[in-house]
Design a protein around this ligand. Structure first.
Ligand SMILES: C[S@@+](CC[C@H](N)C(=O)[O-])C[C@H]1O[C@@H](n2cnc3c(N)ncnc32)[C@H](O)[C@@H]1O
Ligand code: SF4
Length: 445
């Protein structure tokens, strides 16, 4: 079976932290229709090149999907249904920015009505924060009051086949009192968060730590400040102390630290994670928490390294090449006269809209063939991120450092892992430092 990922890169405006390939656009722009035409051509292309047409999950990634009308989504899904087999599809999932609220509510209602017979329709709403100041700083177009009103109305639209997921980001913003103690800024926001989770209306929660991506606006703001500071360090700082610019830099820097130092981000993450766990969600993956049997099936396709095909700008695919050598020579014409290696392949589509619209979809610089050792590294990394962890550590011995069992025992003493000499699982604390653990255990990454 195959899973499909569809990337629709249009947003009402660009959020400050976002590094995804998405364009702020006027929703009447002709570009949207041209993009859907190009997307359908890509669907056509794979529907004739791929032998496996049975779809397991369909995931639509969208900047601000509500804004380009539900009919367009339905049109894309129906088009896929004419080319692939959706009969046994386990999950149809879509991401939504919850603003503008009424448009999103109408969107959910219409999509639910249309797909009431699908076994599962999963909506993932990007709430991100309940703090008005953060929402404003990162340019989200709603407030705490707006979002609570939205959630109250949303829960009435829920039908039996729905899974509602809510995304949050730990931005690391605390109120620091005069005696140095830190608190999340608004108690009533935390209380609402707690009550909402305990109400049973949410099926799953994704909680991320804020990442500074190079091509996001927030990152460039930070870099701007850092460069400014660096240029000052060449001078004698003491002499600058009384200078306006120095204080401006310092005030920006401390404001920024209050917002997003790594330590604050992790502290807020742990704080929010504990509230989520208290509300009886189980942590099935580093950033994902769920009620029984509500975990995202599509996410597990990635984690289990099953086949997936990504369509649209910047979308990635992961398929075994052996089954589809014919596909390879069609997707990557430059391979035509060379020996096609019989490994798994990952490739990513171009990030350039013009190139994509012209039908030059695959970015040949981003085609990666994975041999057995690459696959093992990836399996190790992905399995360790999950609650189940790794069933048999020795399977990975060729890619792990020679004394891996000794190091794992040290982690066990530090309460970062559970280990019985075969099965390896991260504890909650271990999940918070999983990247370090993986990097230290692997021979190379
Ligand atoms: C595809 S994105 C955006 C979904 C939707 N467009 C929205 O804005 O609500 C999916 C999730 O990734 C998370 N995310 C995006 N950028 C992030 C960043 N820089 N750091 C941490 N999490 C991020 C957000 O929680 C977001 O809801
Ligand atoms: S976070 Fe979502 S709405 Fe904001 S710019 Fe990124 S994709 Fe668009």
């Amino acid at each position: 079976m195959l899973s499909l990922y569809i990337h629709i890169p249009f947003c009402a405006s660009k959020c400050a932290y976002c590094s995804f390939n998405s364009l702020p656009i006027d929703f009447s722009d002709k570009l949207i229709d041209n993009y859907i035409v190009a997307l359908k051509k890509e669907i056509d292309h794979y529907s004739v090149t791929l032998m496996d047409k049975e779809i397991k999950t369909l995931y639509i990634w969208w900047g601000t999907p509500s804004r380009i009308w539900v009919e367009r989504i339905i049109d894309i899904v129906e088009y896929i249904a004419t080319k692939f087999d959706l009969e046994n599809m386990a999950e149809f999932s879509i991401e939504l920015n919850p603003s503008p609220a009424q448009e999103v509510l109408d969107f959910v209602k219409k999509l639910n009505h249309r797909y009431a017979k699908f076994p599962r329709v999963r909506f993932s709403f990007g709430i991100q924060s309940l703090d008005d100041e953060i929402l404003k700083t990162v340019w989200r177009a709603y407030s705490f009051v707006g979002i609570t009103d939205f959630l109250r109305k949303l829960v009435h639209l829920k039908q039996d086949n729905n899974v509602f997921n809510f995304d949050f980001i730990a931005f690391g913003k605390f109120h620091v009192s005069k005696n140095g103690t830190k608190q999340l800024r608004h108690d009533f926001n935390r209380e609402f968060f707690q009550k909402f989770l305990e109400s049973g209306r949410a099926d799953s929660i994704s909680l991320y730590t804020l990442e500074h991506h190079e091509n996001s606006k927030r990152y460039s703001d930070l870099i701007g400040i850092e460069n400014w500071k660096l240029s000052l360090q060449d001078e004698r700082i003491e002499d600058w102390k009384w200078c306006n610019t120095y204080w401006e830099v310092e005030s920006l820097r401390s404001k920024d630290q209050a917002l997003s130092s790594d330590e604050n981000i992790m502290e807020e993450f742990i704080f929010l994670k504990d509230i989520i766990l208290h509300a009886w969600f189980s942590r099935y993956e580093i950033s994902n928490f769920t009620k029984a049997s509500k975990a995202s099936i599509h996410n597990m396709v990635y984690r289990n390294m099953e086949n997936y095909l990504g369509l649209g700008l910047s979308a990635s695919s992961f398929l075994p090449m052996t089954n589809d050598q014919w596909l390879m020579t069609h997707v990557f014409p430059s391979f035509q006269n060379s020996i096609v290696p019989s490994f798994w392949t990952r490739w990513t589509n171009t990030a350039d809209m013009k190139t994509y619209l012209e039908g030059n979809r695959v970015d040949e610089k981003q085609v990666q063939t994975l041999d057995n050792s690459d696959l093992l590294i990836e399996e190790f990394f992905l399995s360790l991120r999950t609650r189940e962890g790794i069933a048999d550590i020795d399977k990975f011995k060729d890619v792990l450092i020679p004394n891996y069992k000794w190091l794992i025992t040290n982690y066990e003493w530090a309460w970062l892992v559970l280990f019985d000499w075969t099965k390896l699982q991260l504890t909650d604390e271990g999940m918070n430092v999983s990247n370090t653990i993986v990097t230290e255990l692997l021979r190379e990454i």
